[in-house]
Structures are given as structure tokens and as C-alpha cells.
Design a protein around this ligand. Structure first.
Ligand code: 5AD
Ligand code: SF4
Length: 455
């Protein structure tokens, strides 16, 4: 389904007359960031200009519901805006994204946050202009529940903040139903974008000077499973590789259960696919993995991770949940064991958060919150203890780095990332920004490396 904005001119008139501005507050994952880029594209195509949250006329919250704390964040931030809404004219509040697909959230907004103007669910971006028109021109609020939009919306205007790196969604939704995860309920079933649509988007980005592309999906290696013809993620990667101008290809997230040898071969043979793979572990214990419905065992994960580690210069990152219902000390030790055996360069770690409506929400959980916090700390410590050794292996070697800009803490230094996704800081000047340059690594500082450009 093509995105068509039938309200563009009408809204533009009002936006120009009132000089309306906007601000987007994004919570959650890279898929949400990507959706926010689209909301940004839609708003700017109608003349809205960006402003800080305290001044913006239209404030759009793009919400996440993967863990409970995101809910608290949204309602805290909405609370702050209540006064502005009461005192000022032309303040509009829009709530979109995953959280709005949960009926209890909608009820809460209707009951306690009645000053919200529009609520829009996931996969329903094409309805956004009409909703805007209704609030701006007809003063009609729109906070009804919408079923998850299960169509693919193409040709939505999109704007990136970065000039050299961009993300492109390739598949929406998820069919995996990991027992702890709310995503399949709020983002619907898997639907893959057509290869031509994806490749055209990437070609356009390459023409604009983008060098790095992140292919996004809840489960990228399910890509194409919903096509009639045989066309899968490795086929798409091979096509993206051919696009001139794109130098670095990343993707996130693959599911270990679907990570087959053909994908490993494509990665090995590619000159552009980043030497960094995100491989979500979630737990290192086979029994917990089975309760999580992950469809792999500790041993299968280890086999895969160690196979990937044989690719020269590869770095692995992962997601881990500690404190799944009734997780025992012994089971947690299996997670630590996998971390020790693999050596992850980056670990995103979370304490299990009960999500109503999921299978795990009904499981008995005798593990105390204190125990879970303590396990998280132990995992963090193990990770931080292992990181220097992984970083040290890079010292003395030269890596290609996409120069992103000045370092935040020191005006004379510049920052970029290696293919392994390691942050490197080095001396340079503005002429290097956006270029890919060889940098020799001199020292490691846990969260970043220092280096020097090789002439
Ligand atoms: N509790 C804690 N972490 C979760 N994740 C997904 N659902 C939950 C939950 N209920 C984590 C997983 C996933 C990442 C995006 O968020 O590790 O990979
Ligand atoms: Fe959630 Fe599992 Fe789907 Fe990832 S693969 S979005 S963790 S259900």
C-alpha cells in the first residue's frame, strides 16, 4: 500500500499561518527510531519545523512497551505536558507506537490523560495526515483503538538526522512468540517488503551520499518467508552488496534459530557486511530457553556463536534477559558460562519484565527481585571484566572507520566506528567527516578505543 497524503495542502496552510513546530520523543528500539524518521519526514513535508520539547506545538511520543519502565516514562512525560496544554493554545499531543496497541493503555489515556489529542497504532502511518487534519482544522480528538496495521506502507517520506548512516526496514512484525515478548501482539505478523522497494530506497540513499545501511527487522532472517517465490535474507544481502556507494551493511536482529550456513557464507564472502553480528542469546540455559520458546539449546547457540567467531575480526553482540520466571542460580550460571565461552563485545542486558498477555506472564515466579538485580550486576561485572581483553586484540591493527564527527568531550578529536562497531577516537579535521579512513588502534579504554589515522 502506497502512502498518499491527501491533506498535505490543507495542513501546510495552517502550519505556515501559525508557524507550527514539532518534537518527537522516541522510546525503544531501532524499529521505533526508524518509524520516528518517517513521522519526521511526514511532518516536515507539511512544513512543520523542529523545536525543543518545551516550545514545540506538536509533541509526538513514539512509544515502546517491551519493558514496564517504558510505560512509566510515557506517563511521566505526559504529566509534564498537562500544564502547557491547559495554558497555551496550539499545543497538540500525539501518542503513537507499540504501547497504543494495548487496550489498557488506551483506557488510561482516555481516563487520566484526556488532554492527549491523537493516538495512532503501529502500521497505521498512512492515517496520520487525516488525524492531524482533524485536530488542526476540525478540533476533533482521535483516540480510538485501532487494530495493528498488518499492511506494508511504502513511499512514506523519511528523514534521517545522520548524513552518512541510515536504517531501512526490510520486514515488519514477528511470528516467533518468544514467551516473554509483547512484540508479536503489538506489531503483528511478519511481512517482508518487496526486494525492489528496499533496493530502490537504498539506491536513493547511496545517491545522497549515505555510506552505511542498517537493515532492520524484529527477525531479519525470516525475511522472504512470506513470499511465494524462494527469496530469502541472504539473497537480499547479495543484492544490497552490489549497490555502489554503500560501503558498510549492518543488520539487526537475526534469530539464532534461523541463522543458517548460507547466511554465514554470504557474510564471509562479503566486502561490505560489517564484522559485527548481533546474536540475541536471552538465556544460556536450555530449559529456560525452551520455556522462552526460543527453539535452540545452549549447545546449539554455542556452536553457532563459535562458528561465527571464526570469521576473522568478527565481533558479537547480544541481548540477555536475567530473572526469567523461576530462573534458578544454576540456570543463571549457564548464562554466565555462555558469556565466558563466547566473549561478547557488547551485551544489552535486561531484567525480565512481566508483560500481560504473554505466555510467560502466567508463569509462577519465585525468584525475588533482589536476586534478579544481583544477577544483573554479576553479568555486568563479568562482561566488563572480559571487555579489555577483547579490545586489546585490536591494538596495533588498522581498521576502516566511518568518521562521524567531533568527539563530544574534546573539540580536537573526532569519533567514528569500526566495522566491529567499536567507537574510536582520533585526531582529524572536518574534511574527514563522512569518509571511511584507516585508523590504527593505539589503546583501549573499555567503552572506546584511541587510534590514529594511517596516511
Ligand atoms: N523483559 C525483559 N527484556 C525483554 N526483551 C524483550 N521482552 C522482554 C521482557 N519482557 C528484551 C530481549 C530482546 C530485547 C529487544 O528486549 O532481550 O532481544
Ligand atoms: Fe520478541 Fe522473540 Fe520476536 Fe524478538 S523474536 S521480537 S524477542 S518474539
Amino acid at each position: 500500500m502506497r502512502f498518499v497524503n491527501n491533506y498535505e495542502n490543507k495542513i501546510k496552510e495552517i502550519v505556515q499561518e501559525k508557524k507550527l513546530t514539532y518534537c518527537i520523543d522516541t522510546m525503544g528500539c531501532q524499529m521505533n527510531e526508524n518509524d520516528s524518521n518517517k513521522y519526521m519526514g511526514i511532518l516536515e513535508s507539511m512544513g512543520f519545523q523542529k523545536a525543543p520539547i518545551e516550545k514545540a506545538n506538536l509533541i509526538l511520543f513514539n512509544t515502546c512497551c517491551i519493558r514496564e519502565n517504558a510505560e512509566n516514562t510515557l506517563f511521566g512525560r505526559l504529566g509534564f505536558l498537562k500544564q502547557r496544554k491547559e495554558k497555551e493554545e496550539n499545543v497538540y499531543i500525539v501518542v503513537v507506537g507499540c504501547m497504543t496497541q494495548q487496550k489498557h493503555i488506551l483506557e488510561k489515556i482516555k481516563k487520566s490523560y484526556r488532554f492527549v489529542d491523537v493516538v495512532l497504532g503501529t502500521g497505521s502511518m498512512r492515517l496520520f495526515p487525516e488525524k492531524l487534519y482533524k485536530i488542526l482544522c476540525l478540533k476533533q480528538k482521535e483516540i480510538e483503538y485501532l487494530e495493528v496495521g498488518n499492511e506494508i506502507e511504502e513511499e512514506v517520506p523519511i528523514l534521517y538526522e545522520d548524513q552518512y548512516k541510515a536504517s531501512v526496514s526490510i520486514i515488519y512484525g514477528c511470528n516467533n512468540f518468544c514467551s516473554y515478548c509483547i512484540v508479536p501482539y503489538v506489531r503483528g505478523r511478519e511481512r517482508s517488503r518487496k526486494p525492489e522497494d528496499i533496493l530502490n530506497d537504498i539506491r536513493k540513499l547511496a545517491q545522497k551520499g549515505y555510506k552505511e545501511i542498517m537493515l532492520l527487522g524484529q527477525n531479519v532472517n525470516s525475511y522472504g518467508n512470506d513470499f511465494e517465490e524462494e527469496y530469502h535474507f541472504p539473497d537480499l544481502l547479495k543484492e544490497v552488496e552490489k549497490i555502489e556507494g554503500i560501503e558498510i551493511i549492518r543488520f539487526m536482529s537475526p534469530h539464532p534459530k534461523d541463522f543458517k550456513d548460507d547466511l554465514i557464507e554470504v557474510i564471509k564472502n562479503s566486502k561490505k557486511i560489517a564484522r559485527q553480528i548481533h546474536l540475541p542469546l536471552q538465556s544460556g540455559n536450555t530449559e529456560i530457553l525452551s520455556k522462552m520458546n526460543r527453539k535452540y539449546s545452549k549447545e546449539q547457540f554455542l556452536d553457532l556463536a563459535l562458528k561465527l567467531k571464526q570469521i576473522p575480526d568478527i565481533s558479537l553482540s547480544t541481548d540477555i534477559i536475567v530473572g526469567f520466571p523461576n530462573e534458578t542460580e544454576e540456570q543463571f550460571l549457564d548464562t554466565l558460562d555462555v558469556v565466558k565461552k563466547v566473549g561478547f563485545d557488547q551485551i544489552y542486558m535486561f531484567i525480565y519484565s512481566k508483560r500481560n498477555g504473554t505466555v510467560a506472564a502466567k508463569m509462577e515466579d519465585k525468584t525475588s527481585h533482589e536476586e534478579k538485580v544481583e544477577r544483573l550486576e554479576r553479568l555486568k561485572k563479568l562482561y566488563e571484566d572480559m571487555l579489555p581483553e577483547l579490545n586489546q586484540k585490536m591494538i596495533g591493527k588498522t581498521y576502516f572507520v566511518l568518521v562521524e564527527g567531533k568527539s563530544k568531550n574534546n573539540d580536537k578529536l573526532y569519533t567514528g566506528r569500526t566495522s566491529q562497531n567499536k567507537v574510536v577516537i582520533f585526531s582529524a579535521d572536518d574534511s574527514y567527516i563522512g569518509k571511511i579512513v584507516p585508523v590504527k588502534i593505539d589503546s583501549e579504554h573499555l567503552w572506546y578505543l584511541k587510534g590514529s589515522i594511517v596516511d
